[in-house]
Design a protein. Sequence first.
Length: 446
Amino acid sequence: MAVFNLNVVPSIAANGGVTVWLWLVSLLLFFWPQGIAVIELAHRYPGEGGVYLWAKEVFGDFHGFLSGWCYWTNNMMYVPTVMLYFVGVSVFVLGPSHQSLAENKIFTVAASFVLLALLVVLNIVGLGVGKWINNLGGIGTMIAAITLVALGVIVYFRFGSTVTAADFRIPANPRFVLNSFGVICFGLVGLELASVMGDEIRDPERTLPGAVAWGGVLSGLLYIAATLTLLIAVSKNDISVLQGIVQAVNHMADRVGVAWIVAPFALMLSLSIAGIGSAWLAGSARIPFVAGLDSYLPAWLGKVHPRYLTPYPALIVHAVISMALVALNSIGAGVQETFQKLLSLAVVLQLVPFLYMFAALLKLALNPAAGKGRYSNRVLFLAGASGLVTTVLGIALAFFPAQQITSLPLYELWMFGGTAFFIGLAAFFFYVYGRRKTPQEAASRI
């Protein structure tokens, strides 16, 4: 549910067939090393916190906090993009006359707020309830992906395709394609999310390896198939980053003569998007919860609901900040540009914890005293080196603007300023707030 996100496919497919090669490269050099890292580190350091706990155990307290902080704050950017995408898709359920609502700023902000509030309530009630929207989202994702690809296959064999071999070559000006590589790496994260909630999973030692393997195979195949289908159905220059998937299904359904399928498809995809938002909201909220317990963030973030035993303050704070970012970025920018700006900064912050994950594999592989884990030192070294280089490249290329960006200076200000702001804030909480708080708490315990 967390790995395969149809909402990132349109912004990638808009750069043409060359992105198929980028998917294959990313699967080989980033995704599979990620799977090895998650299984190895979850085996060595089980428990709640995932990327926060692993970086803390291998590199020390500050690095653990920075890793967890970036993982959490990136989702403050990413979850709003999911909400915007939900609005862009769900209007198709209402019929053709309502599709223009997706570009109405007031409507998109209000609808995003309502959905986010609902997801917060469901996840406060607990994973026993909140997991059902994740499960419904998983079912919706599979149905939507199978429908999309099936229509693409039918259209291809009936009418052929305008996609040629030239579309799979690197363009003369690859500027926009560069940004998509970071988004592709971003689209392939998510395997670590289960370990973030390690204490809440039944028998993680047995469950996680199989889940990682199956999730990887299915996600990789679906991403490539969905990208190819979009290119077959819609010209890359006409793909909308918010409505691209439904746009493609609408076009193909008209050609095949099953136009009635668009509204049910949009409903399934809406469920999928809601599930994605729920999964990332629930998982990332565990990071400030653990940091609150460690006193690097306000202690009330480490509180749990007296009845449902869920980190409700962390969930509420996440939702409030996410909505503020949506409202702030919608001022003076179109909905699609807002989506792309939030997504690009989310890419940079999201990949920072993966620098620590892959560096941890290298450190374990080169340390004879580290002991034996699930994999040999050779496998850990190859996975760590491959993943680390690919992650650095993905972060750097995210600073190149996507096609939807209208002002390069404002985009770079947003990217460099946003990255510096969030990392600087992490340093403040750790070195200033944390050190001031810890002696006080120690004294109160005495």
